[in-house]
Write a protein that binds this ligand. Structure first.
Ligand code: AMP
Ligand code: ZN
Length: 476
């Protein structure tokens, strides 16, 4: 089946034809490891994980590279703020990142280069750029000379004024042109730094990806991805560095960018403070529900994150596991994804349409009476889900995990329909959680809320007793 991808470089959907038949190289900009990832940061990971799964399903021999930016000013600042060494901070946050992404069923990339392992390559590329007249030294810095490249701005389609606007934060007196960007900057003795022909210093962020992509995938490779905020300046600057260092040889052939995850109409970001970490959200929903919530919206569209949307996704994924539970006795047929699901994904990763088809398969299975057909559909359902990183666990594991969630007060209730769920007593973690919420409401003098929680528990046969040692509970 032919894969079509929207290529930011040409602003249109294009047939994907790899450079070398049967082989694909894909580079996705990874995290700067200074803090926990928020769910906005997880969106590209989930999106490109689906693309990786699809490419492999289509038979391509894929090399998927996602870097770790472990040298950057935000890291230096965060380490100083935490009173922690840079090494300890980057190790701790990289491990947390791996755990968070695994919880969202994102498979690890094939290669995960770290910027600090490629400093020599960065120094070499910078030296080459100076030699070829594309970069210059100034006050301990090395800057890329944007006027030396006729096509600068082509990827993002920005004109000069817009580029200068975008680069405003980096305005500095030693720049020849306000749009020039940093390749190397000086480090004081207390900062991470490496000796180089341009003095002791550290690389700029953009050069890191130019060098790590070349080291892992070569000068020209197939797909480069990331969130759309990276188009300018990060990806524009990667193109400039790589093309100029290699005498105009093409860099990435397909540029794929995901839209933003939003909160109340604003991009979720650390700087706006409107973020929720992956770890926090995972206390309210399973990783699979979070993943589905992301994939129900097409990757290029903005995705407004709401509790309601997450709840919907939780219900939808639960429904599918209920069906698998009900058809537990049926052997699953060949694990072949449904062609409509593959077709939808091949249409610029239309995960929305693909999931509608998966739901449809669930319905078909529910109403099918012929055993052989049940088997076939069950195999298709599971394989189709797995192509999107869903339905990878047993229904037992899924429900066990789901019922321990923090805010899943209703997990024991009939959430889908009477025939699909058996009523279970409210689990203890949920009781404790509600008691904590009630204590918090009382501390905030929000008595109506505290009473509401007491009544809610009562409706589940749980009676509360407030005593000097705190609140205890018993089943009525
Ligand atoms: P950062 O660590 O900020 O460089 O971001 C890592 C990745 O997350 C990049 O690909 C960003 O484009 C992406 N990203 C950051 N915030 C969001 C958001 N709110 N929605 C979607 N992607 C985002
Ligand atoms: Zn990058």
């Amino acid at each position: 089946m032919t894969l079509y991808l929207y290529n930011t470089a040409h602003r249109k959907k294009e047939e994907f034809v790899p450079m070398v038949p049967g082989k694909v190289g894909m580079y996705v900009c990874g995290p700067t490891v200074y803090d926990f990832a928020h769910i906005g940061n997880a969106r590209p990971v989930v999106v490109f994980d689906v693309l990786a799964r699809l490419l492999r399903h289509l038979g391509y021999d894929l090399t998927y590279v996602r870097n770790i930016t472990d040298v950057e000013d935000k890291i230096i600042e965060a380490a100083a703020r935490n009173g922690e060494s840079i090494e300890a901070l980057t190790t701790r946050t990289t491990e947390a990142y791996h755990e968070d992404m695994a919880a969202l069923n994102a498979l690890p990339p094939d290669l995960e280069p770290r910027a600090t392992q490629h400093i020599d390559g960065m120094i070499r590329m910078i030296a080459k750029l100076i030699e070829k007249g594309h970069a210059y030294e100034a006050e301990g810095h090395v800057l890329f000379d944007v006027t030396s490249m006729a096509d600068y701005g082509k990827l993002s389609g920005r004109n000069r004024e817009e580029m200068i606007e975008g680069a405003r934060v980096e305005v500095a007196p030693y720049k020849k042109d306000p749009a020039d960007f940093v390749l190397w900057k000086p480090s004081t003795s207390d900062m991470p730094g490496w000796d180089s022909p341009f003095g002791r210093g550290r690389p700029g962020w953009h050069i890191e990806c130019s060098v790590m992509s070349e080291a892992t995938l070569g000068v020209t490779f197939d797909i480069h991805g990331g969130g759309r905020d990276l188009i300018f300046p990060h990806h524009e600057n990667e193109v400039a560095q790589s093309c100029c260092a290699h005498d105009g040889a093409p860099f990435a052939r397909y540029w794929v960018h995901n839209g933003f995850l939003m909160v109340n109409g604003k991009k979720m970001s650390k700087s706006l403070g409107n973020f929720r970490t992956v770890q926090d959200v995972l206390m309210d929903a399973t990783g699979e529900a979070v993943r589905l919530c992301m994939l129900k919206t097409h990757y290029r569209k903005p995705l407004n994150w709401t509790d309601y949307g997450l709840d919907q996704a939780s219900t939808e994924i639960s429904k599918l596991y209920v069906i698998l539970k009900d058809f537990d006795q049926v052997d699953k047929g060949p694990l072949k994804p449904n062609p409509d699901v593959v077709r939808a994904l091949c249409n610029d990763l239309d995960t929305h349409a693909a999931f509608l088809k998966i739901q449809d398969l669930g319905k078909q299975l529910r109403h099918e009476t012929n055993k052989a057909e049940q088997s076939r559909i069950k195999g298709q359902l599971i394989a189709s889900g797995q192509l999107m990183g869903l339905l990878e666990q047993t229904w037992q594991d899924y429900f066990q995990k789901r019922d321990t969630l923090r805010l899943y007060e209703n997990a024991w209730e009939v959430r889908i329909s009477d025939e699909e769920f058996t009523i279970k007593p409210i689990p203890e973690p949920s009781i404790q959680n509600l008691i904590e919420q009630r204590n918090k409401a009382k501390a905030e003098k929000n008595y109506p809320k505290a009473d509401e929680i007491r009544d809610q528990l009562k409706s589940h046969g749980i009676l509360l007793e407030d005593g000097p040692g705190g609140t205890t509970w018993k089943r009525a």
